[in-house]
Ligand binder design. Structure first.
Ligand SMILES: Nc1nc2c(c(=O)[nH]1)N[C@H]1C(S)=C(S)[C@@H](COP(=O)(O)O)O[C@H]1N2
Ligand SMILES: [Mo]
Length: 371
């Protein structure tokens, strides 16, 4: 019916389509979650518990994304002959369906490529990664809905229909097709497990395809941005450093390192979950933000703005919503894994909170402003 290789059969296309549909849905939803919670929204309060929820959603984002790469390439292969049929459209509905393939295929490839480059810290594009990735996702999902509307009945029929006609030759073809799908499945599995290794610490040794090990770096944690990268070395080492607790408070605080250390009475095991493809748990010791707010006499507030000694860049600050600010394990950390915080991990103090995106775990904290 389709000619070409036995893999280029509607049944293979449909099976890959189902797998891709699941992977894309997981990837889209987990991506949206990450985007939504990085800005405070009136209608959504991201909770501070469970502690590892964000870590799991972003692990799912990463794994569903990388698994989609072999699935998508295989699916494009199964339909490659059909993409160039002539005439290009048999009517208006068919034309719409085929036009939607442009944003669908283009968008999918762009999403997977930019995501993968992000994991490898390579930004060869002149445009912003997050904005491009975000809007491409919406365009791709829109095109995917059109595609599903057109193809769901076809795919259903292909999956339900007889695997092969009774003729012996057809059996061989069906076998070839199954072998092809199994190979794609194994490839997707290897890629997925490998990236799972950069999220789940016990599987670390399996992270062979991931660009970095989650335990590389000072004090057993990776460093994306060093103090030198963002020019905070001098300010962080300045003996005149004071942490400011300001805003809607009765008694603003200005605390030096020794005063902070005297208040560092809480330990917590909390992960850093970076969207750029790794996450790792660590033991932190520091001053509970809640205790600082109480000491400063914080008035009723909705959020706390955290600012870094780093003056520029998208991660020079973050916002703690109320549940995060009030969680007893939300700390300004001074120690990491039993030793004083390394300069590149945010010395003199860094924010660490449960179920908080890595990008919001601000390093080199200069002030907390209660709002
Ligand atoms: N001031 C500041 N804090 C920051 C960042 C930064 O660039 N500047 N990077 C964030 C990101 S993206 C992550 S994942 C965590 C851990 O980053 P690290 O590996 O650079 O320590 O710190 C966060 N805190
Ligand atoms: Mo990150």
């Amino acid at each position: 019916m389709t000619g070409g290789s036995p893999a280029q059969h509607p049944r293979a296309t449909a099976a890959l389509g189902v797998a891709l549909g699941v992977a894309f849905t997981v990837c889209f939803v987990t991506g949206l979650i990450s985007d939504l919670i990085q800005e405070p929204r009136a209608w959504l309060t991201w909770p501070a518990r469970p502690r590892d929820l964000y870590r799991w959603t972003q692990g799912a984002h990463l794994v569903s994304g990388v698994v989609s790469i072999p699935l998508l390439l295989a699916k494009l292969f199964t339909v490659s002959r059909k993409l160039w049929v002539w005439p290009p459209a048999r009517g208006l509905a068919h034309a719409v369906e085929r036009l939607a393939l442009v944003p669908l295929v283009g968008g999918s490839l762009l999403l997977l490529l930019t995501g993968l480059l992000n994991v490898f810290y390579w930004y060869p594009f002149p445009f912003s990664f997050t904005t491009t990735h975000y809007w491409t996702a919406w365009i791709t999902v829109g095109a995917l809905l059109v595609h599903l509307g057109a193809k769901l009945p076809v795919a259903g029929a292909a999956l339900r229909g007889p695997a092969a006609a009774a003729a012996g030759g057809q059996d061989v073809l069906a076998q070839d097709r199954r072998r092809f799908l199994a190979t794609v499945g194994v490839a997707a599995g290897i890629v997925g497990v490998s990236y799972l290794g950069s999220i789940v610490s016990p599987l670390r040794a399996l992270a062979v395809l991931a660009p970095r090990r989650s335990d590389a770096g000072p004090q057993g944690l990776p460093v994306n941005k060093t103090a030198d990268d963002v020019k905070v070395v001098e300010a962080a080492r300045d003996p005149a450093y004071r942490l400011q607790v300001i805003g809607a408070v009765d008694r603003p605080l200005h605390l030096g390192l020794a005063e902070l250390r005297a208040r560092a009475n809480r330990e917590a095991d909390l992960p850093i979950a970076c969207v750029e493809g790794w996450s790792v748990g660590a033991r932190w010791r520091g001053v509970p933000v809640r205790a600082l707010l109480a000491e400063a006499g914080a008035r009723p507030f909705t959020h706390v703005v955290v600012r870094s000694l780093q003056r520029q860049g998208p991660y020079a600050g973050s916002v703690l919503n109320r549940p995060h600010a009030m969680d007893p394990d939300t700390l300004l950390a001074l120690d990491l894994n039993g030793a004083p915080l390394h300069l590149d991990h945010g010395f003199p103090v860094r924010l660490i909170a449960p179920n908080n995106p890595g990008v919001m775990q601000t390093k080199w904290v200069r002030s907390l402003e209660v709002r």
